[in-house]
Design a protein around this ligand. Structure first.
Ligand code: HEM
Length: 471
Protein backbone atom coordinates (compact mmCIF):
# COMPACT_ATOMS: atom_id res chain seq x y z
CA UNK A 1 0.00 0.00 0.00
CA UNK A 2 1.41 3.39 -0.97
CA UNK A 3 1.81 6.03 1.68
CA UNK A 4 2.51 9.69 1.25
CA UNK A 5 3.32 12.53 3.59
CA UNK A 6 0.06 14.29 3.46
CA UNK A 7 -1.11 15.99 6.56
CA UNK A 8 0.52 18.80 8.41
CA UNK A 9 -0.61 18.87 11.99
CA UNK A 10 0.10 21.37 14.71
CA UNK A 11 3.74 21.88 15.66
CA UNK A 12 4.50 21.05 12.01
CA UNK A 13 4.34 17.32 12.59
CA UNK A 14 3.99 15.41 9.37
CA UNK A 15 1.74 12.38 9.58
CA UNK A 16 1.84 9.53 7.18
CA UNK A 17 -1.65 8.49 6.35
CA UNK A 18 -2.90 5.90 3.99
CA UNK A 19 -3.69 7.41 0.61
CA UNK A 20 -6.43 4.96 -0.21
CA UNK A 21 -8.37 5.89 2.91
CA UNK A 22 -8.60 9.53 1.96
CA UNK A 23 -9.17 9.04 -1.72
CA UNK A 24 -11.73 6.32 -1.52
CA UNK A 25 -13.85 6.90 1.55
CA UNK A 26 -13.48 10.60 2.10
CA UNK A 27 -14.01 9.66 5.76
CA UNK A 28 -10.89 11.29 7.12
CA UNK A 29 -11.51 14.80 8.37
CA UNK A 30 -9.21 17.72 7.70
CA UNK A 31 -5.96 17.20 9.51
CA UNK A 32 -6.40 20.04 11.94
CA UNK A 33 -9.56 20.80 13.92
CA UNK A 34 -11.29 24.12 13.36
CA UNK A 35 -10.62 27.05 15.63
CA UNK A 36 -10.72 30.81 15.90
CA UNK A 37 -8.52 32.77 13.54
CA UNK A 38 -5.60 34.21 15.45
CA UNK A 39 -3.30 37.18 15.15
CA UNK A 40 0.25 36.86 13.81
CA UNK A 41 2.68 35.44 16.39
CA UNK A 42 0.36 35.58 19.39
CA UNK A 43 -2.43 33.50 17.85
CA UNK A 44 -5.52 33.62 20.07
CA UNK A 45 -3.63 34.73 23.18
CA UNK A 46 -5.15 38.21 23.37
CA UNK A 47 -8.76 37.04 23.32
CA UNK A 48 -7.91 34.22 25.69
CA UNK A 49 -6.22 36.49 28.24
CA UNK A 50 -9.11 38.99 28.32
CA UNK A 51 -11.72 36.48 29.50
CA UNK A 52 -10.43 32.92 29.26
CA UNK A 53 -13.43 31.01 30.55
CA UNK A 54 -16.01 32.77 28.42
CA UNK A 55 -13.66 32.54 25.44
CA UNK A 56 -13.24 28.78 25.79
CA UNK A 57 -17.00 28.37 26.10
CA UNK A 58 -17.59 30.43 22.96
CA UNK A 59 -14.96 28.44 21.07
CA UNK A 60 -16.62 25.18 22.01
CA UNK A 61 -20.06 26.48 20.99
CA UNK A 62 -18.82 27.90 17.71
CA UNK A 63 -16.31 25.31 16.53
CA UNK A 64 -17.55 22.09 18.07
CA UNK A 65 -16.17 19.31 20.23
CA UNK A 66 -12.55 19.64 19.13
CA UNK A 67 -11.15 23.13 18.76
CA UNK A 68 -7.66 24.30 17.99
CA UNK A 69 -6.59 27.34 20.02
CA UNK A 70 -3.18 28.92 19.56
CA UNK A 71 -1.42 30.64 22.42
CA UNK A 72 1.76 32.10 20.97
CA UNK A 73 3.72 29.17 19.58
CA UNK A 74 1.71 26.57 21.51
CA UNK A 75 -1.20 24.99 19.78
CA UNK A 76 -3.80 23.50 22.08
CA UNK A 77 -6.63 21.15 21.20
CA UNK A 78 -9.58 21.66 23.50
CA UNK A 79 -11.92 18.66 23.76
CA UNK A 80 -15.45 19.21 24.98
CA UNK A 81 -17.24 15.94 24.33
CA UNK A 82 -17.48 13.53 27.29
CA UNK A 83 -16.48 10.58 25.07
CA UNK A 84 -13.31 12.36 23.97
CA UNK A 85 -12.53 13.40 27.52
CA UNK A 86 -12.93 9.80 28.63
CA UNK A 87 -10.67 8.65 25.80
CA UNK A 88 -7.82 10.88 27.01
CA UNK A 89 -8.29 10.27 30.73
CA UNK A 90 -9.29 6.62 30.70
CA UNK A 91 -9.46 4.44 27.60
CA UNK A 92 -6.38 5.75 25.75
CA UNK A 93 -4.68 7.30 28.79
CA UNK A 94 -1.45 5.46 27.93
CA UNK A 95 -1.09 7.77 24.92
CA UNK A 96 -0.95 10.87 27.11
CA UNK A 97 1.20 12.36 29.86
CA UNK A 98 0.73 15.32 32.16
CA UNK A 99 1.40 18.40 30.10
CA UNK A 100 4.69 20.25 29.96
CA UNK A 101 2.44 23.27 29.44
CA UNK A 102 1.63 23.29 33.14
CA UNK A 103 4.85 21.82 34.56
CA UNK A 104 6.69 24.92 35.48
CA UNK A 105 8.19 24.85 38.95
CA UNK A 106 10.19 21.71 39.56
CA UNK A 107 11.86 23.45 42.50
CA UNK A 108 8.49 23.56 44.26
CA UNK A 109 6.64 20.42 43.15
CA UNK A 110 9.77 18.24 42.92
CA UNK A 111 8.92 14.67 42.05
CA UNK A 112 5.58 14.71 43.83
CA UNK A 113 2.42 12.98 42.75
CA UNK A 114 0.95 15.86 40.73
CA UNK A 115 3.54 15.84 37.94
CA UNK A 116 5.51 12.59 38.25
CA UNK A 117 4.98 9.92 35.62
CA UNK A 118 5.14 6.21 34.78
CA UNK A 119 6.48 3.64 37.24
CA UNK A 120 7.70 6.23 39.68
CA UNK A 121 4.27 7.86 39.86
CA UNK A 122 2.58 4.45 40.23
CA UNK A 123 4.85 3.43 43.10
CA UNK A 124 4.21 6.71 44.91
CA UNK A 125 0.47 6.56 44.31
CA UNK A 126 0.35 3.05 45.78
CA UNK A 127 2.42 4.11 48.78
CA UNK A 128 0.19 7.10 49.43
CA UNK A 129 -3.19 5.54 48.81
CA UNK A 130 -3.55 4.16 52.39
CA UNK A 131 -3.37 7.73 53.73
CA UNK A 132 -6.58 8.40 51.82
CA UNK A 133 -8.55 5.33 52.85
CA UNK A 134 -12.02 5.99 54.21
CA UNK A 135 -10.99 4.90 57.69
CA UNK A 136 -8.14 7.39 57.78
CA UNK A 137 -10.28 10.18 56.42
CA UNK A 138 -12.98 9.38 58.96
CA UNK A 139 -10.41 9.99 61.67
CA UNK A 140 -9.77 13.49 60.30
CA UNK A 141 -13.49 14.35 60.44
CA UNK A 142 -13.48 15.40 64.07
CA UNK A 143 -10.58 17.81 63.57
CA UNK A 144 -12.33 19.34 60.56
CA UNK A 145 -15.48 20.06 62.57
CA UNK A 146 -13.58 21.34 65.61
CA UNK A 147 -11.54 23.77 63.54
CA UNK A 148 -14.67 24.99 61.71
CA UNK A 149 -16.44 25.62 65.01
CA UNK A 150 -13.41 27.48 66.32
CA UNK A 151 -13.42 29.73 63.29
CA UNK A 152 -17.17 30.39 63.50
CA UNK A 153 -16.73 31.58 67.08
CA UNK A 154 -14.69 34.51 65.75
CA UNK A 155 -17.59 35.74 63.57
CA UNK A 156 -20.02 38.36 64.75
CA UNK A 157 -23.67 38.60 63.97
CA UNK A 158 -24.28 41.25 61.31
CA UNK A 159 -20.57 41.73 60.57
CA UNK A 160 -19.11 41.75 57.09
CA UNK A 161 -16.57 39.02 56.35
CA UNK A 162 -14.63 37.90 53.32
CA UNK A 163 -15.77 34.29 53.24
CA UNK A 164 -13.09 33.40 50.69
CA UNK A 165 -10.32 34.51 53.07
CA UNK A 166 -12.01 32.67 55.90
CA UNK A 167 -12.26 29.44 53.92
CA UNK A 168 -8.61 29.75 52.85
CA UNK A 169 -7.58 30.06 56.49
CA UNK A 170 -9.80 27.21 57.63
CA UNK A 171 -8.74 24.80 54.89
CA UNK A 172 -5.08 25.58 55.61
CA UNK A 173 -5.58 24.81 59.31
CA UNK A 174 -7.29 21.56 58.34
CA UNK A 175 -4.61 20.50 55.90
CA UNK A 176 -1.82 21.33 58.38
CA UNK A 177 -3.59 19.47 61.18
CA UNK A 178 -4.39 16.39 59.10
CA UNK A 179 -1.03 16.31 57.32
CA UNK A 180 1.22 17.03 60.28
CA UNK A 181 -0.90 16.65 63.36
CA UNK A 182 0.18 20.12 64.37
CA UNK A 183 -1.88 23.15 65.26
CA UNK A 184 1.05 25.27 66.31
CA UNK A 185 -0.17 28.70 65.29
CA UNK A 186 3.32 29.88 64.38
CA UNK A 187 3.84 26.95 62.00
CA UNK A 188 0.40 27.30 60.42
CA UNK A 189 0.94 31.01 59.85
CA UNK A 190 4.43 30.60 58.44
CA UNK A 191 3.36 27.76 56.16
CA UNK A 192 0.33 29.78 55.07
CA UNK A 193 2.36 32.88 54.29
CA UNK A 194 4.99 30.92 52.34
CA UNK A 195 2.35 28.96 50.43
CA UNK A 196 0.46 32.13 49.52
CA UNK A 197 3.55 33.60 47.90
CA UNK A 198 4.52 30.36 46.18
CA UNK A 199 1.06 29.70 44.77
CA UNK A 200 0.75 33.33 43.73
CA UNK A 201 4.05 33.19 41.84
CA UNK A 202 3.31 29.82 40.23
CA UNK A 203 -0.14 31.03 39.18
CA UNK A 204 1.20 34.30 37.79
CA UNK A 205 3.86 32.42 35.85
CA UNK A 206 1.25 30.02 34.44
CA UNK A 207 -0.32 32.81 32.41
CA UNK A 208 2.91 34.72 31.64
CA UNK A 209 4.14 34.18 28.09
CA UNK A 210 7.84 34.49 29.03
CA UNK A 211 9.24 32.27 31.77
CA UNK A 212 12.41 33.17 33.64
CA UNK A 213 14.36 30.42 35.39
CA UNK A 214 14.29 30.60 39.21
CA UNK A 215 17.84 31.99 39.41
CA UNK A 216 17.06 35.15 37.42
CA UNK A 217 16.69 37.80 40.16
CA UNK A 218 13.32 39.22 39.13
CA UNK A 219 11.18 40.56 42.00
CA UNK A 220 8.82 37.60 41.68
CA UNK A 221 11.68 35.08 41.70
CA UNK A 222 13.26 36.64 44.78
CA UNK A 223 9.96 36.40 46.66
CA UNK A 224 9.47 32.86 45.37
CA UNK A 225 12.94 31.68 46.42
CA UNK A 226 12.65 33.24 49.89
CA UNK A 227 9.23 31.65 50.47
CA UNK A 228 10.46 28.30 49.17
CA UNK A 229 13.41 28.30 51.53
CA UNK A 230 11.12 29.19 54.47
CA UNK A 231 8.75 26.34 53.59
CA UNK A 232 11.65 23.87 53.16
CA UNK A 233 12.98 24.73 56.62
CA UNK A 234 9.63 24.23 58.38
CA UNK A 235 8.84 21.01 56.55
CA UNK A 236 12.33 19.60 57.21
CA UNK A 237 11.90 20.35 60.88
CA UNK A 238 8.46 18.71 61.04
CA UNK A 239 9.67 15.63 59.15
CA UNK A 240 12.61 15.18 61.47
CA UNK A 241 10.36 15.56 64.55
CA UNK A 242 8.03 12.92 63.13
CA UNK A 243 10.92 10.57 62.38
CA UNK A 244 12.18 10.96 65.95
CA UNK A 245 8.77 10.15 67.42
CA UNK A 246 8.76 6.99 65.26
CA UNK A 247 5.08 6.30 65.99
CA UNK A 248 2.20 6.49 63.56
CA UNK A 249 0.12 9.41 64.86
CA UNK A 250 -2.58 8.83 62.32
CA UNK A 251 -1.72 11.98 60.38
CA UNK A 252 -0.89 11.88 56.68
CA UNK A 253 2.80 12.51 57.23
CA UNK A 254 3.07 9.53 59.58
CA UNK A 255 1.39 7.38 56.94
CA UNK A 256 3.87 8.56 54.34
CA UNK A 257 6.83 7.95 56.64
CA UNK A 258 5.63 4.45 57.50
CA UNK A 259 4.52 3.47 54.02
CA UNK A 260 6.55 0.60 52.61
CA UNK A 261 6.88 -0.70 49.12
CA UNK A 262 6.52 -4.45 48.41
CA UNK A 263 10.30 -4.73 48.55
CA UNK A 264 10.34 -2.98 51.93
CA UNK A 265 11.75 0.35 50.73
CA UNK A 266 10.41 3.57 52.15
CA UNK A 267 10.33 7.12 50.87
CA UNK A 268 13.39 9.26 51.35
CA UNK A 269 13.00 12.55 53.26
CA UNK A 270 13.28 14.35 49.95
CA UNK A 271 10.40 12.37 48.48
CA UNK A 272 8.29 12.85 51.60
CA UNK A 273 8.97 16.58 51.34
CA UNK A 274 7.87 16.58 47.69
CA UNK A 275 4.66 14.71 48.46
CA UNK A 276 3.83 16.93 51.42
CA UNK A 277 4.26 20.06 49.30
CA UNK A 278 2.13 18.55 46.54
CA UNK A 279 -0.65 17.70 48.99
CA UNK A 280 -0.52 21.15 50.53
CA UNK A 281 -0.82 22.87 47.22
CA UNK A 282 -3.41 20.53 45.75
CA UNK A 283 -5.51 20.21 48.89
CA UNK A 284 -5.59 23.65 50.40
CA UNK A 285 -6.81 26.19 47.89
CA UNK A 286 -9.06 23.87 45.87
CA UNK A 287 -11.31 22.99 48.80
CA UNK A 288 -11.34 26.59 50.05
CA UNK A 289 -12.40 27.84 46.63
CA UNK A 290 -15.15 25.27 46.19
CA UNK A 291 -16.58 26.12 49.62
CA UNK A 292 -16.34 29.86 49.01
CA UNK A 293 -18.32 29.51 45.79
CA UNK A 294 -20.82 27.27 47.56
CA UNK A 295 -21.40 29.96 50.22
CA UNK A 296 -21.83 32.58 47.55
CA UNK A 297 -24.37 30.47 45.69
CA UNK A 298 -26.27 29.80 48.92
CA UNK A 299 -26.35 33.51 49.71
CA UNK A 300 -27.75 34.16 46.25
CA UNK A 301 -30.38 31.43 46.58
CA UNK A 302 -32.17 31.67 49.93
CA UNK A 303 -34.63 28.93 48.93
CA UNK A 304 -31.76 26.46 48.51
CA UNK A 305 -30.20 27.64 51.75
CA UNK A 306 -33.50 27.13 53.58
CA UNK A 307 -33.81 23.59 52.22
CA UNK A 308 -30.23 22.83 53.23
CA UNK A 309 -30.88 24.15 56.70
CA UNK A 310 -34.07 22.09 57.00
CA UNK A 311 -32.12 18.91 56.20
CA UNK A 312 -29.42 19.77 58.74
CA UNK A 313 -31.95 20.66 61.41
CA UNK A 314 -33.91 17.44 60.95
CA UNK A 315 -30.89 15.11 60.95
CA UNK A 316 -28.52 16.88 63.33
CA UNK A 317 -30.87 18.99 65.42
CA UNK A 318 -28.12 21.44 66.27
CA UNK A 319 -25.36 19.00 67.22
CA UNK A 320 -22.01 18.84 65.45
CA UNK A 321 -21.96 16.52 62.41
CA UNK A 322 -19.81 13.41 62.26
CA UNK A 323 -18.68 11.45 59.26
CA UNK A 324 -21.37 8.82 60.02
CA UNK A 325 -24.06 11.49 59.45
CA UNK A 326 -22.98 12.20 55.88
CA UNK A 327 -25.05 9.48 54.13
CA UNK A 328 -28.14 10.97 55.84
CA UNK A 329 -27.38 14.40 54.34
CA UNK A 330 -27.99 13.91 50.59
CA UNK A 331 -29.07 17.50 49.95
CA UNK A 332 -25.88 18.84 51.53
CA UNK A 333 -23.94 16.69 49.08
CA UNK A 334 -26.06 17.85 46.14
CA UNK A 335 -25.43 21.49 47.08
CA UNK A 336 -21.68 20.95 47.04
CA UNK A 337 -21.76 18.82 43.87
CA UNK A 338 -23.66 21.59 42.11
CA UNK A 339 -21.27 24.27 43.39
CA UNK A 340 -18.38 22.22 41.98
CA UNK A 341 -20.22 22.01 38.68
CA UNK A 342 -20.77 25.75 38.35
CA UNK A 343 -17.36 26.72 39.71
CA UNK A 344 -14.89 23.87 39.27
CA UNK A 345 -11.77 25.16 41.07
CA UNK A 346 -9.53 23.40 38.52
CA UNK A 347 -10.88 24.80 35.28
CA UNK A 348 -8.47 22.97 32.95
CA UNK A 349 -6.82 19.55 32.91
CA UNK A 350 -3.87 19.48 30.50
CA UNK A 351 -2.19 16.56 28.78
CA UNK A 352 0.50 16.10 26.14
CA UNK A 353 0.02 13.47 23.48
CA UNK A 354 2.87 10.95 23.69
CA UNK A 355 1.74 8.31 21.21
CA UNK A 356 -0.20 9.24 18.04
CA UNK A 357 -3.93 8.90 18.52
CA UNK A 358 -7.15 9.75 16.70
CA UNK A 359 -9.94 11.60 18.44
CA UNK A 360 -13.28 12.27 16.80
CA UNK A 361 -11.67 11.59 13.41
CA UNK A 362 -8.80 14.04 13.90
CA UNK A 363 -5.23 12.80 14.06
CA UNK A 364 -3.52 13.75 17.30
CA UNK A 365 0.23 13.97 16.85
CA UNK A 366 2.75 13.32 19.59
CA UNK A 367 3.50 16.66 21.25
CA UNK A 368 0.00 18.06 20.88
CA UNK A 369 -1.21 19.80 24.01
CA UNK A 370 -4.72 18.71 25.00
CA UNK A 371 -7.03 20.77 27.19
CA UNK A 372 -9.99 19.15 28.92
CA UNK A 373 -11.97 21.85 30.62
CA UNK A 374 -14.33 21.02 33.48
CA UNK A 375 -15.54 24.62 33.20
CA UNK A 376 -16.63 24.20 29.57
CA UNK A 377 -18.10 20.70 30.03
CA UNK A 378 -19.97 21.68 33.22
CA UNK A 379 -21.67 24.61 31.47
CA UNK A 380 -22.66 22.68 28.33
CA UNK A 381 -26.38 22.95 27.59
CA UNK A 382 -26.31 19.57 25.84
CA UNK A 383 -25.80 17.88 29.20
CA UNK A 384 -27.38 20.31 31.66
CA UNK A 385 -30.74 22.00 31.34
CA UNK A 386 -30.37 25.69 32.21
CA UNK A 387 -26.66 25.15 32.75
CA UNK A 388 -26.09 28.55 34.36
CA UNK A 389 -28.69 27.94 37.08
CA UNK A 390 -27.81 26.71 40.54
CA UNK A 391 -30.04 23.65 40.91
CA UNK A 392 -28.78 21.12 43.47
CA UNK A 393 -31.93 19.09 42.68
CA UNK A 394 -30.56 18.20 39.25
CA UNK A 395 -28.29 15.68 40.98
CA UNK A 396 -31.37 13.93 42.25
CA UNK A 397 -33.47 13.89 39.12
CA UNK A 398 -30.93 13.77 36.36
CA UNK A 399 -27.91 12.12 37.86
CA UNK A 400 -28.20 9.03 35.69
CA UNK A 401 -28.68 10.96 32.45
CA UNK A 402 -25.54 13.08 32.81
CA UNK A 403 -22.70 11.43 30.89
CA UNK A 404 -19.86 10.40 33.17
CA UNK A 405 -17.32 12.82 31.72
CA UNK A 406 -19.64 15.79 31.44
CA UNK A 407 -18.78 16.22 35.13
CA UNK A 408 -15.16 15.83 36.21
CA UNK A 409 -14.15 18.39 38.84
CA UNK A 410 -11.60 15.86 40.16
CA UNK A 411 -10.26 14.74 36.77
CA UNK A 412 -10.55 11.03 36.05
CA UNK A 413 -8.94 7.72 35.19
CA UNK A 414 -5.82 6.66 37.00
CA UNK A 415 -4.82 10.29 37.68
CA UNK A 416 -8.12 11.00 39.43
CA UNK A 417 -7.57 13.38 42.34
CA UNK A 418 -6.23 11.31 45.23
CA UNK A 419 -7.87 13.76 47.63
CA UNK A 420 -11.39 13.60 46.17
CA UNK A 421 -12.93 11.70 49.09
CA UNK A 422 -11.03 13.85 51.57
CA UNK A 423 -12.39 16.96 49.83
CA UNK A 424 -15.97 15.70 49.69
CA UNK A 425 -15.89 14.75 53.37
CA UNK A 426 -14.31 18.04 54.41
CA UNK A 427 -16.70 20.15 52.35
CA UNK A 428 -19.85 18.43 53.60
CA UNK A 429 -18.74 18.51 57.22
CA UNK A 430 -17.87 22.20 57.00
CA UNK A 431 -21.11 23.07 55.23
CA UNK A 432 -23.09 21.10 57.81
CA UNK A 433 -21.24 22.61 60.77
CA UNK A 434 -21.39 26.21 59.63
CA UNK A 435 -24.76 26.32 57.85
CA UNK A 436 -26.47 25.06 60.98
CA UNK A 437 -25.33 28.13 62.90
CA UNK A 438 -24.87 30.79 60.24
CA UNK A 439 -26.35 32.06 57.02
CA UNK A 440 -24.86 34.68 54.75
CA UNK A 441 -26.14 37.47 52.56
CA UNK A 442 -24.08 39.13 49.87
CA UNK A 443 -22.68 42.58 50.54
CA UNK A 444 -24.63 44.75 48.04
CA UNK A 445 -22.58 45.85 45.03
CA UNK A 446 -19.50 43.90 46.13
CA UNK A 447 -17.65 43.13 42.88
CA UNK A 448 -17.35 39.51 41.83
CA UNK A 449 -14.93 38.52 39.09
CA UNK A 450 -13.21 35.25 38.36
CA UNK A 451 -9.51 35.01 37.61
CA UNK A 452 -8.51 31.70 36.10
CA UNK A 453 -4.84 30.92 36.70
CA UNK A 454 -4.24 27.30 37.68
CA UNK A 455 -7.41 27.51 39.72
CA UNK A 456 -10.39 29.83 39.37
CA UNK A 457 -10.18 32.54 42.01
CA UNK A 458 -12.54 35.33 42.96
CA UNK A 459 -10.51 38.45 42.18
CA UNK A 460 -12.03 40.58 44.94
CA UNK A 461 -12.77 37.79 47.37
CA UNK A 462 -16.37 37.07 48.37
CA UNK A 463 -17.81 39.59 50.79
CA UNK A 464 -20.81 38.53 52.82
CA UNK A 465 -22.68 39.59 55.92
CA UNK A 466 -22.84 36.84 58.53
CA UNK A 467 -26.16 36.22 60.32
CA UNK A 468 -26.27 34.03 63.36
CA UNK A 469 -29.06 31.48 63.00
CA UNK A 470 -30.62 31.79 66.41
CA UNK A 471 -30.72 35.56 66.40
C1 HEM B 1 -12.53 20.47 45.73
C2 HEM B 1 -11.29 20.11 45.93
C3 HEM B 1 -10.38 19.54 44.87
C4 HEM B 1 -10.44 19.63 43.51
C5 HEM B 1 -11.48 20.36 42.67
C6 HEM B 1 -9.32 18.88 42.98
C7 HEM B 1 -9.08 18.71 41.62
C8 HEM B 1 -8.09 17.88 41.12
C9 HEM B 1 -7.93 17.55 39.74
C10 HEM B 1 -8.81 18.06 38.59
C11 HEM B 1 -6.88 16.70 39.64
C12 HEM B 1 -6.39 16.01 38.37
C13 HEM B 1 -5.39 16.84 37.63
C14 HEM B 1 -4.94 16.14 36.35
O1 HEM B 1 -5.37 15.04 36.04
O2 HEM B 1 -4.11 16.74 35.66
C15 HEM B 1 -6.33 16.52 40.96
C16 HEM B 1 -5.22 15.76 41.27
C17 HEM B 1 -4.67 15.70 42.52
N1 HEM B 1 -5.21 16.18 43.69
FE1 HEM B 1 -6.95 17.18 43.88
N2 HEM B 1 -8.60 18.38 44.02
C18 HEM B 1 -9.21 18.74 45.19
C19 HEM B 1 -8.80 18.42 46.47
C20 HEM B 1 -7.65 17.75 46.79
C21 HEM B 1 -7.21 17.43 48.13
C22 HEM B 1 -8.00 17.75 49.40
C23 HEM B 1 -5.99 16.82 48.02
C24 HEM B 1 -5.08 16.28 49.08
C25 HEM B 1 -5.22 16.40 50.37
C26 HEM B 1 -5.68 16.72 46.59
C27 HEM B 1 -4.54 16.17 46.06
C28 HEM B 1 -4.35 15.90 44.72
C29 HEM B 1 -3.18 15.21 44.20
C30 HEM B 1 -1.96 14.75 45.00
C31 HEM B 1 -3.38 15.08 42.82
C32 HEM B 1 -2.47 14.37 41.82
C33 HEM B 1 -2.91 12.91 41.76
C34 HEM B 1 -2.16 12.06 40.76
O3 HEM B 1 -1.82 12.53 39.68
O4 HEM B 1 -1.97 10.87 41.07
N3 HEM B 1 -6.71 17.29 45.89
N4 HEM B 1 -7.10 17.25 41.86
Amino acid sequence: MRERALVRGNHSHIFLINESETDMTNAVRPSVPPGPKGEPFIGNARAFIVEPLAYLQRCSQEYGDIVQIRLGTTSIYMLSHPDHIEQVLVTHNKNYTKSRFTQRRKSLFGNGLIFSESDFWLRQRRLMQPAFHHKRIASYGEAMVTLAERMARTWQDGAEINIHEQMMELSLEIVVKTLFDTETTGDVQKIGAALDILIEQVSAAAVRPVQFPDWVPTRGNRMYNAALSELETIIKQIISEHRERATDNGDLLSTLLHAQDEDGTRMTDRQVRDEVVNLYIAGHETVALALSFAWRLLAEHPEVEAKLHAELASILGGRAPTIEDLPQLPYTEQVFTEALRLYPPVWGVFRDCKVADTIGGYPIAPGTVILLSPWVAHHDARFYTDPEDFQPERWDRQATSIPRYAYFPFGGGQRLCIGNVFAMVEARLLLATLAQQWRFTLVPDAPFELVPTITIRPKYGIKVVAHRRDS
